[in-house]
Design a protein around this ligand. Sequence first.
Ligand SMILES: Nc1ncnc2c1ncn2[C@@H]1O[C@H](COP(=O)(O)OP(=O)(O)O)[C@@H](O)[C@H]1O
Ligand SMILES: [Mg+2]
Length: 161
Amino acid sequence: MTEALLDEAGLVRWGRSLGEVAAREAVFVALSGPLGAGKTRLTQAACAGAGVSEAVTSPTYTLVHWYTGGRGPVAHADLYRIRDASELPGLGWEELETRPGAVFVEWAERAGDELPPDRWEIRFEFAAGGALRRVRVCVRGCAPPIPDPAVYSAAPEAPSC
Ligand SMILES: Nc1ncnc2c1ncn2[C@@H]1O[C@H](COP(=O)(O)OP(=O)(O)O)[C@@H](O)[C@H]1O
Ligand SMILES: [Mg+2]
């Protein structure tokens, strides 16, 4: 597990690098954290990194949006409206596992056991009175290494020299 404190600019830069890798390697990305924490903002940055040129809007009123990026397809799902995995069938969830592409899912914890075993997990918390976000990342199963958020940290450690 790795964690970092990110301001919005850092989160966007990290998100772009996530999108590049996720699109190339068709990674499933599970996002969790409170409303306003930055899950959509990160997904928008990841779509830019994946080469998506369309505007990426929150899919809160549908379940899944698919985008065609220069580096590969990207799906953006938001499970805010559902309670648990029993509501997933018929909402486009199955396609996330079968159709090739990167997948970014907000409120991913609501999918429970329906999450694929190989995935990146990214958890968000508010920090520093709201200006920063603490992100915690974890690679599960055989998902590829995740770009390190600490590289984009708002509070880099002082050089030791
Ligand atoms: N460090 C930060 N990282 C991400 N978003 C931030 C940060 N600081 C402020 N923001 C703002 O917080 C909001 C995050 O909203 P959003 O991404 O829609 O959250 P969520 O999808 O998690 O509900 C945006 O308005 C963004 O401009
Ligand atoms: Mg959102």
